[in-house]
Design a protein around this ligand. Structure first.
Ligand SMILES: *Cc1c(COP(=O)(O)O)cnc(C)c1O
Length: 440
């Protein structure tokens, strides 16, 4: 299948190009030129996760990957479950945090990494993934690409500005994963990354790729767990035409994937986009005016985004009739409501975390009789240990993934907030990964 640039519809690229390029001309997002329709839904839902996901993804990847390659990629990428757990009579949570870095970003990140590996093998080229992180993305990217051939990963982060546990989740791997502790802020890290991508010479010399959240491969992977949720709920309840999904949203990638699942024929009744105080979208759907405010910090910090970069894709799905506009509402949930909801879920016997709480609260405010609610659990509560412990007033055990890396040594190199220093390092890194050296 071809993918076209939403800003310049005549620019069309193949799946592999879309994955490698990330963005089209003028930072335009790629979108599939047609949305395949599922014919035998019951048959599809009865399959195991990997087989079903291959069927869902096959029309998008087209001939560029053989069925065997695709199966291999999906098996490697989705090597952990998505679990639907009951919360109350008319509500369940879809837990997406059972992957190696305990967040839903593992699904998209791992699928993208495996695709890139397959494409670089075919063309026998080497690439460098360069990304800046304020915490969670770094871990998902590092683990997804760890140990892959022909791919070096360089992750920049602001030294001393992320939690020690977050830092340990991506700086202790070594091998093809190099991490640079920048003497600056997260914005400085992002600027350094941008400067690298703007440097055509560097770009070509080391085959730069950003692996960021707008990559189409991530979205396609995320479609699969909406089908997985429906499959489990169909087995549990015998029906799925009353489902309302509440999606905790930041950059709106997760919601885009859900809408694509619906456009493909998964009969989800409707969606709620749940945001924290960064409520550009809820205000936009109310007033019709797109007016981003400055970003504010909240407990659900992975959703602290006021200019969601996937919104043009959502808008496209709604305005072209791929999904009925009535099927999407949005709701802002403030900090106090988020805390109260953490307590409420705890009283129902479920320990959650701020992002999922935003989604559950939005669901509670709008679920109608005859509907069944599903909210997405996007991260393991232990990733937000301090917040959860202080609101609930009880200690939280660390899951094995976090406990294991807590005792490992940080292997980052220090870096000044200086582009030329970074450039030199990257050119050297392309020949062989950076040496590991402890910063602290
Ligand atoms: C990234 C993230 C989100 C937001 O997802 P988007 O696809 O950007 O809307 C929500 N919760 C957690 C825990 C995240 O890491």
């Amino acid at each position: 299948m071809q993918f076209y640039n939403l800003k310049h519809p005549t620019e069309k690229v193949s799946f592999s190009q879309a994955v490698r390029q990330g963005l089209g001309k003028d930072q335009g997002l790629f979108f599939p030129e047609s949305v395949p329709h599922i014919d035998d839904l019951e048959g599809l839902l009865s399959l195991p996760l990997v087989e079903r996901s291959c069927k869902i993804l096959a029309p998008f990847v087209g001939e560029e990957l053989s069925p065997e390659q695709l199966k291999d990629i999906v098996t490697q990428a989705f090597n952990f479950p998505a679990l639907v757990q009951p919360i109350s009579e008319n509500c369940s949570v879809l837990e997406l945090f059972h992957g190696p870095t305990l967040a839903f970003k593992d699904f998209g990140g791992r699928f993208m990494a495996q695709c890139l590996q397959a494409f670089t093998r075919q063309s026998n080229e080497k690439i460098t993934i360069l990304t800046a992180t304020s915490g969670d993305t770094g871990a998902a990217v590092a683990h997804a690409f760890y140990g892959l051939e022909n791919i070096n990963v360089v992750i920049l982060y602001p030294q001393g500005k992320i939690s020690l546990l977050q830092e340990k989740m991506f700086t202790t791997l070594g091998g093809n994963i190099s991490t640079l502790a920048v003497n600056g802020s997260f914005d400085d890290c992002q600027q350094l990354v941008k400067d690298c991508f703007d440097d055509q010479g560097l770009n070509q010399a080391i085959g730069l790729n950003s692996a960021n959240s707008i990559n189409i491969s991530r979205l396609l992977a995320q479609i699969c767990y909406y089908f997985e949720a429906a499959a489990q709920l169909y087995r549990q309840r015998g029906k799925i035409d009353d489902l309302v999904f509440s999606v905790p949203s930041g950059n709106f990638g997760n919601l885009t994937a859900g809408l694509l699942a619906k456009a493909m024929g998964l009969p989800i009744k409707r969606f709620i986009a749940a945001t924290n105080a960064n409520d550009t979208v809820p205000r936009y759907l109310q007033s019709g005016n797109w007016q981003p405010n400055p970003t504010v910090a909240t407990m659900s910090n992975a959703m602290d985004v006021s200019r969601p970069n996937n919104w043009p894709r959502v808008e496209h799905l709604l305005t072209t009739g791929l999904v009925d506009e009535q099927c999407l509402t949005a709701q802002m949930i403030d900090e106090e409501q988020t805390q109260m909801t953490l307590l409420k879920l705890n009283s129902l016997g479920y320990i959650s975390e701020p992002h999922a709480c935003v989604a559950y609260r939005a669901l509670q405010q709008s679920l109608e009789a005859g509907e069944f609610g599903v909210f997405l659990g996007t991260a393991h509560p232990a990733k937000f240990k301090e917040t959860v412990e202080s609101v609930l007033g009880q200690p939280l055990a660390l899951p094995k993934e976090l406990a294991d890396c807590a005792s490992e040594k940080i292997l980052s190199l220090p870096l000044d907030n200086d582009f030329s220093q970074l450039r030199t390092l990257l050119l050297g890194n392309y020949a062989s990964p950076l040496p590991n050296e402890a910063v602290c």
